[in-house]
Design a protein around this ligand. Structure first.
Ligand SMILES: [Zn+2]
Length: 59
């Protein structure tokens, strides 16, 4: 099961460490996944995302 980082919302595909912030506080209770290509986009700004990648929403 995929998990998401609680601090930066990045999706953690495998392992138990966030690939973006190296955090280990993960959750499996999220409602959806967004793929951010452009960190300047509205959705990225709204979510506070600063690196492209897969992110969970409603963590
Ligand atoms: Zn993180």
């Amino acid at each position: 099961m995929k998990k998401a980082c609680k601090s930066c919302k990045a999706l953690v595909i495998k392992g138990s460490v966030c690939p973006i912030c190296k955090g280990t506080d993960l959750t499996s209770s999220f409602q959806g996944i967004v793929y951010i290509f452009d960190v300047e986009s509205e959705i990225a700004k709204k979510l506070g995302i600063t690196a492209s990648g897969k992110y969970a929403i409603k963590v």
